[in-house]
Every structure is written in C-alpha cells, then in structure tokens.
Write a protein that binds this ligand. Structure first.
Ligand code: ZN
Length: 335
C-alpha cells in the first residue's frame, strides 16, 4: 500500500478521519485491513404488483457505446442538442449507456418472461437474467412462456447460449409470425442494418426451441392489436424497429402496465426527440410512428410502463413535455 492510498482512505473517512491524517505514516493494524473488492454486481431483481400479477424486473446487464455510436444510432441528431438533454437528466455525459432487463410475470396461471436478456458471447456485459431469475426465487425450468418483443440479441439470446441447449427447457416461445419469418428467411441478410452478426445470433437463440429433441416450442402469432398471448397479457403492435416488433400490455383487477422492447433505447434522448430516426431500425420511418403512437398512448392513459432498456428498477411513467415526452421513474418501493 502506498502512502498516497493511505491518505485517500483517511480522507474518505470524513472529518474524524481527517483528524487522524497525521497518523498515516505508520501502517494500520492488521485487524483494520480493508477487505478485497467484490468485483461483479450481484444478480438484481425488483418486484411490484399489477392487480393480482406479480411483476419482477430482472437486470440482465448493460451495453456501453461510444460517442461515435450516437450518430450511427440517431442519424438526425446533432451533438449540441444531445448535451443539454443529458445535462437536464443528470445522465452520463459521454457515450451511450444502455441498461438491459427482462420482465417476469407470475399471473397465477403462467410464469412468463417478456424477453430474456443477452449473453456475454455477443455483448460482454449482458447475460445476467438467469442468475437474477434464480435470485428472485424461481428456476428456469419453471418458466412456461417466453414472450419475445422481437428477435434481437439482447432480447432473445438468453433463450440459448450455445444454439442447442434450451435455457428454459419447458417454455413455449411466443413471437410474431412476421418477425419469426423475417429472421429465419435465408434471403434477408442484406435487409438488416445491423448485419450478419445480428442475424446469426437471433437464429442461434431460437433454434433449439424450433427443431431437434424437444423442439416444436415456437408459437408464432399474428401481429394484431389486443391479441391475448397468454391470459391477461395483450399485444400492442410496434413495427419498424423490426417488422414484427411488439409491446405487451398486462391487465389485472383494473390495473394495467405496458412493457416494451425497443420503443426507446435511450430514454433521455428519445423521449425528448421521439421523431429522430433510429439507425438500427429495419424501417426507421415506421419505427418513428410506432414510438410516437406508443408514447402518446402512455401519456394519455398515465399508466405504468417498463421496457428492456428502461433504467433500473425498470418501472415508470411517460408524461408530455413540450414537443416531446419525459420519463418519470417509479422509485423502488418495498411495500
Ligand atoms: Zn432491438
């Protein structure tokens, strides 16, 4: 330990520590040794009730991009507009920070996941969903349904890490027929802005649920407003990001919540500028219309919402704010 680190320790102790600064020339007693740093974050989950349904957010991880990613992500953006938007929200000043989560619904009839996180093979800082699921008191074997908002890596790779093993061995995977067809069509490689790597990752994730031993577990459904995918959970179409991209609306005992996939990746930026196109959308003009329609609906209804890239703990509301919208987080609550 260097003298400098000793000084830092005492400064961090505050006023009492500062008073002992003069004593830092001699090493501390062994009993006062600082324990080793603990490294990785523990699995994290947070619960609330929507009527009779228990909703648990599972933190999968996060994605971190550079400032250069901003222009690729938001081709309509200008840096001088980004800076004040971030400052207003006390957001990280540089790069693109994007949390990744998944939502577990215990409806009493189903234990269903909405999206299931990524994996470190694709994005190193993702893949925590199953550990969070276990920490929340469940096992992957108990999950009977995985509802996919769309087949993108950080939403679907949690299904299978190796392309042969089902991480949720007893689950049926529900996805829109149009998204399933799009991602499995052998001729579509040139139509995806994200490129071949995205396509391969998506196909690998769903493969053991569609073919091989125990396959036949993909339920493709039409993309239709109000389609009840499992009892009490209804589809809200949101095409554009991918052709079959959807949100899900959960209703129980006159309470309702909407959970989206990628209506917004960057809450601070995109709610203020909902008409900025997203560079990774398959059809960015259609993506804008779906985003604006969804945000207008949420602001009008004032209902609780969540989303895969919504900041932890992943629950909040959308309100109108000038020409755009504002995300108001719901603080973690324990009653
Ligand atoms: Zn996506």
């Amino acid at each position: 330990m260097t003298d400098l680190s000793l000084v830092r320790r005492h400064v961090m102790l505050g006023a009492a520590g500062a008073a002992t600064l003069a004593a830092t020339v001699s090493p501390p007693p062994a009993a006062a040794a600082v324990p080793p740093q603990q490294g990785a974050n523990p699995p994290r989950f947070h619960r609330l009730k929507i009527g009779d349904v228990e909703v648990t957010t599972l933190l999968d991880g996060a994605m971190q991009g550079t400032n250069e990613n901003i222009q690729r992500f938001f081709p309509d953006s200008r840096p001088e507009e980004i800076v004040p938007l971030r400052a207003r929200a006390f957001a990280i000043e540089a790069g693109l920070h994007q949390p990744v989560g998944a939502y577990l619904l215990n409806t009493g009839r189903n234990l269903a996941l909405i999206d299931c996180g990524g994996h470190s093979s694709f994005i190193p800082t993702t893949g925590g969903t199953i550990a969070a699921l276990r920490a929340a008191g469940y096992t992957p074997e108990q999950v009977d349904t995985v509802l996919l908002t769309h087949i993108h890596p950080e939403h679907a790779l949690g299904l299978s890490y190796d392309g042969t093993t089902r991480n949720f061995p007893n689950a049926e995977v529900v996805v829109t027929q149009i998204d399933h067809q799009f991602w499995t069509d052998p001729s579509m490689e040139s139509r995806v802005p994200q490129g071949q790597r995205f396509i391969e990752a998506g196909r690998r994730a769903i493969r053991p649920y569609s073919s091989g031993p125990g396959g036949g577990r993909i339920r493709t459904v039409e993309m239709r407003e109000g389609l009840e995918v499992i009892p009490g959970v209804f589809m809200v179409p949101a095409p554009g990001h991918t052709p079959g991209h959807v949100s899900f609306r959960l209703t129980s005992q006159n309470q309702t919540m909407l959970i989206w996939g990628d209506i917004a990746h960057q809450m601070v930026i995109q709610l203020a500028r909902p008409r900025w196109r997203v560079g990774v959308d398959v059809d960015s003009a259609m993506g804008v219309e779906s985003r604006v329609r969804t945000l207008e609906m949420l602001a009008a209804e004032g209902i609780l919402m969540g989303g895969v890239h919504v900041p932890w703990p992943g629950f909040g509301r959308v309100i109108r704010d000038g020409e755009g919208f504002l995300y108001v987080p719901r603080p973690a609550q324990f009653t």
